[in-house]
Design a protein around this ligand. Structure first.
Ligand SMILES: [Zn+2]
Ligand SMILES: [Zn+2]
Length: 336
């Protein structure tokens, strides 16, 4: 007769040959054995992973913001977040994490089990199974986000939900999840629903793969809000990768660039026309042989112009209601 949950957990591994496991797999099993309750073990691991990676990845960006040397790669060089901005942002992010993500994460184990996802099981899948799964999650999330994000720009949803995320026209790493709890839930669904959908049809997914995906997705989200475009940034290696250079424009200009990871949907649907025009003007300015000072002035003038138009577009979006209808992306009409 099994009385304690610890004994129940050790029963999970009754048929496991520990001599065949690698170091990480042994630690994984040790974690489940130590916590004793798989629901608690998965819930705690998921929450801790998210917090450690989110804040851990944001710290280098805080240091970069505080180091003038890096200013030459800042996309909006005159807009450096203050310590007060970073702190206000941290508080809002923690509030969202504890109100929305904590319960969702704690329901994750029962949900995972329901769809047949492996959790406590070891060994992990082979990397040849992991890589295509993660690629599918990236593509799925990007498409989901593209449409859900545009829906959040529609009047009533914008005014009551997405406006918070747009508080910073020049974002910084910590601002990635600076959003209304409803937005964290709506857009977070794109991250979680890909694995669930995959699991429903294929039934061969391990939560370890989902964790790897979540870590990569957090890096993508935080880095795209960093406000920096370095010569070694991923978008210079993979031209279809969005990165900060793409998403920073969305915050600055309010319109265009609704995707997360890739540029192809914005290109396909033409929701990057303003962004491309902006880049083309800067490129032409650079090619015209201006001095660096003249170029900096030109860049500032263009970005101020884009931001001014963005403020007007935001007002139009806020004035849109159920009566005036639904417009995908940037409203085309002028404020009366
Ligand atoms: Zn937006
Ligand atoms: Zn953003």
């Amino acid at each position: 007769m099994v009385n304690s949950t610890v004994s129940e957990a050790s029963l999970l591994y009754a048929n496991t040959d520990f001599t065949k496991l690698n170091w990480l797999e042994t630690q994984w099993a040790a974690w489940y054995l130590w916590i004793g309750n798989p629901i608690l073990a998965t819930g705690l691991a998921s929450f801790l992973l998210h917090e450690v990676v989110y804040f851990g990845r944001a710290i280098p960006w805080i240091i970069i913001d505080a180091t003038p040397y890096f200013r030459k790669w800042k996309l909006q060089p005159t807009k450096i977040p203050t310590a007060a901005d970073q702190w206000a942002c941290t508080k809002q992010v923690l509030f969202s994490h504890f109100t929305v993500e904590l319960p969702v994460i704690w329901l994750f184990h029962p949900m995972a089990e329901f769809f047949g996802m492996a959790t406590w099981q070891v060994p992990f899948p082979h990397w040849t199974a992991i890589v295509p799964q993660i690629m599918f999650f990236f593509v799925f999330e990007d498409a989901y986000h593209y449409f859900a994000h545009q829906a959040l720009h529609w009047g009533p949803l914008y005014k009551h939900i997405h406006k918070i995320h747009h508080q910073y026209p020049a974002p910084f790493g910590l601002a990635a999840e600076y959003a209304h709890p409803a937005e964290v839930f709506i857009l977070g669904t794109g991250t979680i629903f890909g694995p669930i959908l995959y699991c429903m049809f294929r039934r061969d997914l391990h939560i370890f793969t989902v964790y790897l995906w979540i870590v990569l997705r957090l890096f993508q989200a935080i880095d795209s809000h960093s406000g920096y475009d370095f010569p070694w940034s991923l978008q210079h290696i993979l031209p279809f990768w969005s990165g900060a250079e793409h998403h920073d424009f969305h915050h600055m200009a309010f319109v265009n660039n609704f995707s997360t990871s890739f540029r192809w949907l914005d290109r396909f649907f033409g929701t990057d026309s303003k962004y491309r025009e902006y880049r083309a003007r800067l490129k032409a300015a650079k090619a015209s042989g201006m001095t660096p000072e003249e170029y900096a002035k030109m860049e500032l003038r263009l970005s101020e112009e884009a931001e001014r138009e963005g403020v007007a577009a935001e007002k139009i979006a806020e004035n849109l209601s159920f009566k005036t209808g639904f417009t995908f992306g940037a409203p085309k009409t002028k404020v009366q």
